[in-house]
Write a protein that binds this ligand. Structure first.
Ligand SMILES: [Zn+2]
Length: 105
């Protein structure tokens, strides 16, 4: 997903001057497409707003896991797969219970 955001911009700027600030005038979409993770040197924790290096995987202040930097310079929340899978399993168990208790003939 990130690479899809970056590719059109790099394709548009490489054959021109190539300066990082130059694409603000050449991009059609304006500010939204000029800010990618290639520009940011730091990112902010989604939990405590502490600045940290872009490469950091974990917040130095609150020790929470952080993802890549987004367009606004904030670290994305990593997907909590354990929570999703646990919810799915228990929802299926609940559906089975409803079928077993009320719908089974
Ligand atoms: Zn934090």
């Amino acid at each position: 997903m990130l690479f899809a955001d970056i590719k059109p911009e790099t394709r548009g700027t490489r054959h021109r001057a190539g300066a990082p600030g130059d694409n603000q005038h050449t991009e059609k979409k304006g500010m939204a497409s000029t800010t990618t993770n290639t520009i940011f040197m730091t990112k902010k924790c989604h939990n405590c707003l502490t600045s940290m290096p872009v490469a950091a995987r974990r917040c130095p202040e609150c020790k929470k896991k952080v993802g890549d930097v987004d367009k606004l310079g904030f670290a994305k929340k990593p997907v909590q797969w354990v929570a999703y899978i646990t919810t799915l399993v228990w929802f299926q168990a609940f559906c089975f219970f409803v079928w077993w208790a009320f719908l089974k003939t």
